[in-house]
Design a binder for this molecule. Structure first.
Ligand code: SF4
Ligand code: SF4
Length: 479
């Protein structure tokens, strides 16, 4: 009797692109894989620490800087008041704000096309706080990555309660500090000190904002962590379209590293004159990665260019007596074709656009006036005829004072010369960085009018200083 053997199921072929089918922070059941990176060390980490200290110092000093008694930086979204480097921007300056944002966006695009995600690794507040503040505290309390993993799996005994409790308490305190810092940038330190010194009930609205911000930061740095970069940050998600083959990124030199293999295998291959690479598959570059990826798979969306894998691999290369730089800052073309950086057509095009935008922004900022006057005929009012036979129109005036000085303004009608201007009430007093509103009549002899549509010019003076000149419409009888 013939025996039938079961058909053999072929082994699935090795798929070098398999890493594209999952993300390191989620397991096959869709549950969170907690990343406990090994503590990085090396020259890049030292430099990043120095840069972080400087940037954090600037960030915390920022709200306390004053220029002529006013904050140097203020981003009051609630009252739509912005002070950037001592210059106050009003809602009327919104076009400048939009222009500055577009210019900044193009700058970011250009910067990313050339230097990849340098911003993410070196200057982004999320990375700096996460890797240089919260993570360092975590290493200090819970130990290195392996010890943190063990603590995760350990039952809730006294040691775990103590360590986790201390960590969360310190994290909550720092998150509260950052929450206050954000509010300081939004409402200024004077207002913030009121929240701090007075009872919460006296400023409950602002106090609630501080608590909300603190809660968000505690959640982000304690739980959400690298997910902010992987799943939320729009800049991170744009990398696929911004990066090109000439962009300089943290990259693994696959030509030098492959074929990879354990140190023994590499040495044996070397002795036998067989092909071998410099990568000894120690996975140190993976162990230190805060987003849990393997840089040897190429540029990935999750990579925040933190350079931890460069340091890790350099230390391995030092130990096995190979030159550093198996993982390094380089471009795809730099590795594949050994081509040095070059200005591509794409880069030149971005540079031209950026230069044009900077020109327009500079011109607009240069032409921005310290005083802005709006004069409009009072809505719903027609012209009137005075006892002396003049045609009279009533106007509303609004004067915005963008400076740190207060002044009183006088209005003068300069065209037509035969007309006269009569202010309603006193001259307008305009406090520093405030808006003043008033009303006035303009009276013109009927013979000097050209029908119902006429143009008049009003000057705004403070003492003997001309502040502004406005042209507006004057309504007369139809001829
Ligand atoms: S640290 Fe360097 S040698 Fe080790 S696996 Fe990564 S690339 Fe290879
Ligand atoms: S791959 Fe390297 S540079 Fe990228 S996030 Fe991981 S450790 Fe940082």
């Amino acid at each position: 009797m013939a025996t039938t053997s079961k058909p053999k199921i072929p082994e699935p072929a090795f798929d070098p692109d398999a890493f594209r089918d999952f993300i390191a922070t989620v397991d096959e059941n869709g549950k969170r894989n907690w990343i406990h990176p090994k503590k990085p060390s090396g020259r890049f980490y030292r430099w990043r620490t120095i840069v972080s200290v400087v940037l954090l110092a600037l960030l915390f000093i920022g709200p306390f800087l004053r220029y002529k008694g006013e904050p140097f930086l203020l981003f009051n979204i609630l009252e739509r008041k912005f002070i950037v480097f001592g210059i106050t921007f009003w809602p009327q300056d919104f076009h400048l704000f939009v222009l500055a944002m577009i210019t900044f966006f193009v700058f970011i695009v250009l910067f990313t096309v050339i230097f990849g995600r340098v911003w993410c690794g070196w200057a982004c507040p999320q990375t700096i706080f996460m890797e240089m503040v919260f993570r360092k505290i975590e290493y200090w309390i819970e130990g290195d990555g392996n010890q943190q993993r063990k603590l995760d799996l350990a039952p809730w005994n006294g040691d775990k309660i103590l360590k986790r409790g201390a960590k969360w308490l310190i994290f909550a305190a720092i998150a509260f500090l950052i929450g206050n810092l954000v509010m300081a940038y939004m409402i200024g330190t004077d207002e913030l000190s009121k929240i701090v010194t007075e009872s919460p009930g006296a400023n409950w609205g602002k106090f609630t904002f501080v608590m909300i911000f603190s809660g968000i930061f505690f959640f982000v740095f304690t739980y959400f962590r690298e997910q902010a970069c992987i799943a939320v940050c729009p800049y991170g998600r744009l990398q696929g379209v911004l990066l090109g083959k000439d962009s300089i990124v943290v990259a693994y030199d696959w030509l030098r590293g492959e074929p990879r293999g354990k140190l023994k295998k590499q040495k044996a291959a070397e002795a036998a004159g067989e092909p071998h690479g410099d990568c000894i598959d120690c996975k140190m570059c993976v162990a230190v990665c805060p987003t849990g990826i393997d840089i040897r798979n190429g540029t990935q969306l999750e990579c925040v260019n933190c350079t931890a894998c460069i340091d890790a691999c350099d230390s391995v290369m030092d130990k096995i007596g190979k030159p550093r730089g198996l993982v390094r800052y380089d471009s795809y073309n730099g590795i594949e074709n050994k081509t040095p950086f070059r200005f591509t057509t794409r880069i030149i095009a971005y540079m031209v656009v950026l230069a044009a935008l900077l020109g327009v922004l500079g011109f607009s900022l240069g032409g921005r006036t310290d005083v802005e006057t709006t004069i409009l005929r009072t809505p719903g009012m027609l012209y009137q005829t005075t006892d002396e036979g003049y045609i009279s129109n009533l106007y509303n005036v609004q004067v915005i004072n963008k400076t740190t000085e207060e002044f009183t303004v006088t209005l003068k009608l300069v065209e037509p010369a035969s007309g006269r201007l009569k202010e309603v009430g006193q001259d307008l007093f305009v406090p520093s960085r405030e808006i003043a509103k008033g009303a006035f009549f303009v009276e013109i002899p009927p013979d000097d009018l050209n029908g119902n549509k006429n143009k008049i010019t009003v000057q705004v003076w403070s003492g003997d200083k001309l502040l502004d000149e406005v042209r507006t419409n004057f309504l007369g009888p139809i001829k």
